[in-house]
Design a protein around this ligand. Structure first.
Ligand SMILES: *[C@@H]1O[C@H](CO)[C@@H](O)[C@H](O)[C@H]1NC(C)=O
Ligand SMILES: *[C@@H]1O[C@H](CO)[C@@H](O)[C@H](O)[C@H]1NC(C)=O
Length: 346
């Protein structure tokens, strides 16, 4: 064993013998407001960061380590489930299953998805040795007990929260999901709200009050959508996948697809055209989907507000949005000889 490994081991041993763990069990309810801190002392990029909430479609809140999302100081625990009462949401597991590492999304919703159950447990802080309360992951739905919460790289330098099942040893070589401990940080005082942010609103990067490509905001947010009319594609809007439509279990665009680190809207349009498809849609930053038709129930709205759902930057171009979480940035190939114009959003 090398010296560094030994000293790490000794440091760990010293910590473990220090703080005194009370023997009485903790209730599965925490009624005081708290922040959820993430710890993994060997991963400085996530260690001691906090869980943020990020407004998503259908009233859901996604969970991120910043800079994405809104710092959240008023979480509570009800029967082992993390709640955010002001938004009427609680933490659930499910969706976006990854074939590569078998992880699943952890997010917050008011709907009936299977809840993530945690047990508050005393432990010693790895940095300070002080007593802390950790939220140990117990189970969800009818799954075997165990597993843990992990975080993996998402857009804009953020990390998203996921569930890693017990007995699993798979890792995604391109997007490792880092195992983390969730820690309860009681918030007796709410932070000052003079900075322009409030606790109850989201920080959706989409430029909802502007249209087309003529936007330039003080931040580096892309335009609400990317104009591809010069390339022969009209932008139709931000179209829902099954999760937001409740009309059956089918993909909005069911033809060819690919998932790449170089995804852009023009690249996707070219990919679909080369395969003979009329519609092309980008999603989840990295995905490109093609189809010959779009069901009426999946057709995008024409409001500016509807474009906010497609707020994930493309893996291949941070200056464009490539869909969102189960939302497609949707284009249609223009016919030869007809005017090629984007849908007008109001
Ligand atoms: C936790 O709170 C819920 C809702 O107030 C209540 O129904 C439940 O009995 C409580 N559980 C415990 C263990 O105190
Ligand atoms: C930190 O993350 C790595 C990678 O997931 C994991 O192997 C390790 O056990 C984690 N450490 C702690 C203390 O959770």
């Amino acid at each position: 064993m090398n010296q560094r490994a030994l000293s790490v081991l000794l440091a760990g041993a010293a910590v473990a013998s220090a703080c005194t763990i009370p023997t009485e069990p903790l209730s599965s309810n925490i009624s005081y407001p708290f922040r959820a801190q993430v710890q993994n002392a060997s991963r400085p990029e996530v260690h001691n960061q906090y869980m943020n909430l990020f407004q998503a479609g259908g009233g859901d809140q996604h969970l991120f380590i910043g800079p994405v999302g809104v710092p959240t100081y008023d979480l509570t625990l009800v029967d082992g489930v993390i709640n955010h009462v002001p938004h009427g949401v609680r933490a659930v597991v499910g969706g976006e299953f990854s074939e590569i590492d078998h992880t699943t999304k952890l997010f917050m919703t008011g709907r009936g998805d299977p809840r993530a159950i945690f047990q508050p447990t005393y432990a010693c802080n790895p940095d300070t040795d002080e007593l802390q309360i950790e939220l140990r992951f117990v189970t969800w739905q009818n799954q075997p007990a165990g597993g843990w919460i992990c975080v993996r790289h998402a857009f804009d330098g953020s990390h998203e929260f996921r569930y890693y099942p017990p007995g699993n040893e798979l890792t995604d070589p391109n997007r490792e999901c880092i195992k983390v401990t969730l820690v309860v940080i009681p918030t007796t005082e709410l932070p000052p709200q003079s900075s322009g942010t409030t606790l109850s609103t989201s920080t959706i990067p989409a430029t909802s009050s502007s249209t087309g490509t003529a936007t330039s905001t003080p931040t580096t947010s892309p335009s609400a959508y990317t104009d591809l009319t010069a390339l022969g594609f009209r932008f139709l809007g931000c179209a829902p996948e099954e999760r937001w439509a409740n009309d059956g279990a089918f993909r909005t665009l069911s033809g060819a697809s690919q998932s790449t680190d170089t995804n852009t809207n023009e690249g996707c349009a070219a990919f679909c055209t080369a395969r003979g498809f009329r519609y092309a849609g980008t999603e989840w930053s990295r995905e490109c989907w093609c189809g010959d038709s779009v069901a009426a129930t999946r057709y995008p709205a024409t409001t500016l507000a509807s474009l906010e759902k497609c707020n994930y930057k493309c893996t291949g171009d941070q200056g464009q949005y490539c869909g969102g979480d189960s939302w497609l940035t949707l284009y249609e190939r223009c016919e030869v000889g007809e005017a090629c114009e984007n849908v007008v959003f109001t």
